[in-house]
Write a protein that binds this ligand. Structure first.
Ligand code: ATP
Ligand code: MG
Length: 558
């Protein structure tokens, strides 16, 4: 079953759509505003694509608005480089934020005012406990916490101290502002959480204007509320934070406050997601930057040759759920194959070349064979592929001593050269190490493809390129970064790396790829889908990445 067919099946609404429907019906909201709120501390990955497409998709579906917001409240790890990469990735995925791009740091003044408001209401206090004492007072999952000895400071004193925190009178960690909620709450997040901390760090946008920064659980609901977000969609680990989210928007007295909804994160088998982990691979130079095609950052997927359409299909197939699970990487591969299948020209490329010499073919002759660019899509037309006496074929298409059912080339056997002639293997040569270096054959001029020859049949068809015309290219073949068989981690917690995650081949490619103007992706017949490497490809030295092979073990669930 193809993906197209599955779309005809009427989709039942996911649980988030059901919640939104109820909210619209009950009148809690009369419109929908969603947002994607990344922290600019790394590049986005396939998991983020799910969040982006989900939030953007809901805004579109309900004729609402989609906000792009940088959640830049923690200046330690945030950088402008990441802001730029994130915008590029979101745009590439097709999520359009129009003029609705926001930075949480633009709300620092307002957040400060809300903190003051809480102090005035007796709902926040400045606390002098250090981190260790704070831990002791917090209690455990089974035991309640204890009130801080600073909890009963007067409003005046709190206002004064908080202002002094802002003015830089205190060192990092010396004082914090805490919400005054309930130290006996079953939910540890509600035990007087810290809402502001002192941090003398330069911020990538506000510079040194601030030396106090709001904590995520305080800042995030305020950001949503200021922007008029209706449905604040986040991942499951925030479920326990929801009471605090609601507490903040209620105590800050927002009208029509947003509603937080949690869904399960996307995990993909055998790949590394999580900005932290990807960052480590980049910093340890295990990979060649954030867009190394073996990664699943969006930038890496793009460089590898994935299309936005394939990622959208993948996210659609994955669906939205409330329980964590891993999706098979093979499903992502399935989506890109389906997307490229009918769209891309199919050309011949030899990745592990060995020379094939046609002894009875005239030395200087060149013929141009008609080749259909894509047998599944006639609109892509036909091309001419040059053919001459010396060709390259793939090493695995020849065997000295074939097993049963091997129908490709071996001494005495006749095969079809795709789109060209039948050839019969007559001889082969080896080097001193016993490697086959040259194969000889004869061709039958009667058997030219398209000539209507029906005299006899052969069982094997192999691809080839003309040695004189083919373009020498670098081809990069990828496998998973981590060793799937043995598990992702070694006993010492380091990554169990797959030594074959990148294999570089010197390949020969049919020259016609240069004639498809503006095209960067091709099927190399029998080998897979390939993409010009966006960084390293030049006309002088073509470099191709294999996006995916043609073989698939994945079946679309019924
Ligand atoms: P990571 O754990 O990879 O560093 P993060 O959650 O820290 O990701 P943020 O920049 O805070 O990254 O995330 C922006 C948004 O993307 C958040 O709403 C977050 O819930 C969502 N998100 C992050 N990872 C995933 C994932 N694997 N699947 C779905 N959504 C995700
Ligand atoms: Mg994060």
């Amino acid at each position: 079953m193809s993906i197209e067919n599955t779309e005809e099946v009427v989709k039942s609404k996911n649980f988030i759509e059901q919640i939104i429907d109820e909210d619209l019906e009950s009148g809690r909201f009369d419109h929908v505003v969603t947002r994607f709120p990344p922290e600019p501390n790394g590049y986005l990955h396939i998991g983020h694509a799910k969040s982006i497409l989900l939030n953007y998709g809901l805004a579109e579906e309900y004729n609402g608005k989609f906000n792009m917001r940088f959640d830049d409240t923690n200046p330690t790890k945030e950088k402008e480089e990441f802001v730029d990469s994130i915008l590029k990735d979101i745009e590439w995925l097709g999520a359009d934020w129009e003029d609705r791009m926001f930075f949480a740091s633009d709300y620092f003044d307002q957040m400060y005012e809300y903190a003051v408001k809480l102090i005035k209401k007796g709902k926040a206090f400045v606390c002098d406990l250090n981190a260790e004492e704070m831990r002791e007072y917090r209690g455990t999952l089974t035991e309640p916490g204890k009130n801080s000895p600073y909890r009963d400071r007067s409003v005046e004193e709190n206002l004064k101290l908080f202002e002094e925190m802002k003015e830089g009178k205190y060192a990092d960690g010396e004082k914090v502002l805490r919400a005054k909620i309930d130290m006996a709450s079953d939910n540890i997040n509600m035990r007087d959480p810290i809402i502001y901390r002192v941090a003398h760090i330069n911020h990538h946008r506000t510079g040194d204007k601030w030396c106090i920064y709001p904590m995520y659980d305080f800042a995030h609901p305020i950001e949503d509320a200021i922007e008029g977000v209706t449905h604040s969609i986040c991942t499951l680990e925030f479920e326990d934070h929801r009471p605090l989210y609601d507490w903040v928007v209620n105590e800050c007295e927002f009208e029509n406050p947003p509603k937080q909804i949690e869904f399960a994160k996307l995990y993909v088998t055998d790949v590394i997601t999580g900005k932290r982990y990807i960052k480590k691979l980049v910093e340890d130079e295990i990979v060649d930057g954030w867009d190394d095609p073996r990664l699943v950052s969006i930038a890496a997927l793009r460089r590898r040759g994935f299309t936005p359409e394939s990622i959208k299909k993948f996210i659609e197939l994955v669906g939205v759920s409330k329980s964590n699970s891993s999706v098979d990487y093979a499903m992502l591969e399935y989506c890109i194959r389906e997307d490229l299948k009918a769209k891309k020209p199919r050309i011949m490329g030899v990745l592990d070349p060995i020379k094939l010499i046609i002894d009875n073919y005239p030395e200087d002759q060149v013929e141009y064979m008609d080749v259909t660019n894509n047998v599944e899509n006639e609109e892509l037309g036909v091309r001419k592929a040059p053919f001459c006496k010396e060709l390259y074929i793939d090493r695995e298409d020849f065997m000295e001593e074939p097993p049963k059912k091997y129908f490709r080339l071996y001494p005495g056997n006749e095969v079809r050269l795709m789109n060209a002639y039948f050839v019969t293997c007559t001889d082969y040569k080896k080097d001193e190490n016993g490697n086959v270096v040259e194969i000889h054959c004869t061709y039958d001029p009667e058997t030219r493809s398209g000539s209507g020859f029906t005299g006899r049949k052969v069982k094997g068809t192999i691809h080839w390129v003309s040695a004189r015309h083919a373009i020498k290219s670098e081809v990069r073949l990828f496998e998973n970064l981590v060793d799937e068989e043995k598990g992702k981690l070694n006993e010492d917690g380091t990554l169990n790396l797959n030594p074959n995650s990148l294999v570089v081949r010197e390949a020969y490619i049919e020259p016609s790829f240069k004639d498809f103007e503006g095209e960067d992706k091709f099927q190399f017949v029998r080998q897979g889908y390939f993409c010009k490497d966006s960084k390293d490809y030049t006309d002088e030295k073509p470099v191709f990445n294999r996006i995916v092979s043609l073989k698939s073990s994945f079946k679309l669930p019924k």
